[in-house]
Design a protein around this ligand. Structure first.
Ligand code: ARG
Length: 464
């Protein structure tokens, strides 16, 4: 970083102290916006020329120099200066240094207030698209795996107690639904981000005969923002993105937690693969699920970023306030966190090994087909509450006799209710229980296969 003399010092006689400069600079982090800043500037000068506010020759000179600057930045030759405070003034002052008089016209009819918001929206739209691409890839892997595991029986829990058997495929599709809502929320957030603030200038618009539609469409925005005060001050798009991605991260934390639990040696439903685990420096036997734990842990910072953004905006009067500079680090961190976690999760998924025997054995623990037995009695014209009581007594019997519901001889079962016949075993085995749940959203293998295909088709159609 070098010192060059800053662009905003018109009325000032003294230079800012080093402390003040260090405190107020944002270039160390907002330089990330360089590409979008330059794109915004090029659209702006081309519009200025089209409207006769500057000459075509000036506009071309500015555009070519901005492209050179882009090149310098991307090849690492550009010298960022703290004294120039932020990405916008670094690029503008480099432009002036390069081409002199024409460069001084870039900022005509524009303010850093509409500029920064334009840059951030362009940046975020690109990142939302790349996050949605990652989500699609994760969802495709989940639905593919769900199809393969449509008949794999595992215990379903409520309160972390054995409840009713489900298939592993069904569980994977539940994850897919969570992530599918995240995808749709992000698409929705994209829609509101896709609006151009450019032309709002500092807060009140500008006296030049600008064409806001032209800059908006050159930059690929869907529409212009219709109120200049709102346009320069609004950070809803950042909050909304942080919110969508915090929910997504909470989903990943729930998934990660299940992976951690299932890989415990005492359950051993799955193996996470050595690439995604670490050992202990003291306990030679350990294989710890650190990657899943880190994903789980990072949901904390994602929630923190959302709260940070909300608090930055709380009670801010119109229009732009410098508080808004504080929006960048949480927003960037949110983007990085979500992307990294999705990338890691995506690469971890294919290596997860499933142990169907252990899952099936666990599904036999805790009388998980008791509800099916009650439903069976209801089928035989016993009111549900009576059926519930009868099955309660049968469950007590299995506990005292250390057996499973489906292992009780028919003769014994009939002592509890004469309505029980040999067809009961079609219901109270794990397979029987699963196959009866044969409706949309149910866990019957045939439904899970169908649901997996349908979900995969939907994902493929939107990524095409
Ligand atoms: N670096 C500033 C930000 O991030 C740019 C806008 C500054 N505007 C101003 N009037 N000081 O918000």
């Amino acid at each position: 970083m070098i010192k060059k003399g800053n662009l905003w010092s018109g009325r000032f006689s003294a230079s800012p102290s080093d402390l003040m400069e260090k405190f107020s600079q944002s270039v160390s982090f907002d330089k990330r916006l360089y590409k979008h800043d330059i794109a915004g500037s090029i659209a702006h000068v081309e519009m200025l020329a089209a409207k006769g506010i500057i000459s075509n020759a000036e506009s071309e000179k500015i555009r070519d120099a901005l492209k050179e600057i882009l090149d310098e930045i991307e090849s690492g030759r550009f010298l960022w200066s703290v004294e120039q405070e932020d990405v916008h003034m670094n690029i503008e002052s480099a432009l002036i240094e390069k081409i002199g008089e024409a460069g001084k016209k870039l900022h005509t009819g524009r303010s850093r207030n509409d500029q920064v918001s334009t840059d951030m929206r362009l940046y975020l739209m690109e990142e939302i698209n790349s996050i949605c691409g990652l989500l699609n890839a994760v969802q495709l892997e989940l639905t593919h795996r769900a199809g393969q595991e449509s008949g794999t029986i595992m215990p379903g829990w409520t309160h972390m107690q054995p409840a009713q058997p489900v298939t592993f495929g069904h569980h994977l599709l539940a994850w897919n639904e969570m992530l599918d809502r995240d995808y749709r929320r992000l698409r929705d957030c994209y829609e509101r981000t896709n609006e151009s603030p450019l032309g709002s200038a500092a807060l009140a618009g500008t006296g030049y005969p600008i064409d806001r539609e032209m800059t908006a469409s050159r930059l690929g925005f869907g529409r212009v923002m219709v109120n200049s005060l709102d346009a320069v001050s609004d950070r809803d798009f950042a909050i909304e993105f942080a919110s969508c991605s915090a929910i997504l991260m909470i989903h990943l934390s729930r998934i990660a937690e299940e992976l951690v639990l299932w890989s415990m040696p005492s359950l051993e439903y799955i193996d996470l693969g050595e690439n995604f685990c670490t050992g202990s420096s003291i306990m030679p036997q350990k294989k710890n699920p650190d990657v899943a734990e880190l994903i789980r842990g990072k949901s904390g910072r994602a929630t923190g970023n959302l709260v940070t953004l909300l608090m930055i905006m709380k009670a801010q009067p119109l229009a732009y306030n410098r508080d808004n500079q504080e929006d960048k680090e949480p927003l960037f961190d949110q983007v990085d966190t979500v992307k990294t976690c999705l990338e890691v999760f995506l690469s971890m998924l294919p290596g997860i090994e499933v142990f169907p025997d252990n899952m099936a054995k666990a599904a036999l623990i805790g009388h998980q087909t008791a509800t099916d037995l009650a439903d069976y009695l209801v089928d035989k014209q016993i009111p549900f509450r009576d059926a519930y009581k009868i099955v309660g007594r049968i469950v007590a019997y299995t506990i005292w006799n250390n057996t499973h519901l489906h292992e009780i001889p028919l003769k014994k079962l009939r002592e509890f209710s004469e309505k029980i016949d040999s067809d009961v075993f079609e219901t109270i085995t794990l397979d029987g229980s699963l196959s009866r749940r044969n409706h949309v959203g149910g866990t019957a293998p045939i439904q899970v296969r169908k649901a997996a295909q349908k979900a995969a088709k939907k994902i493929k159609s939107r990524s095409a």
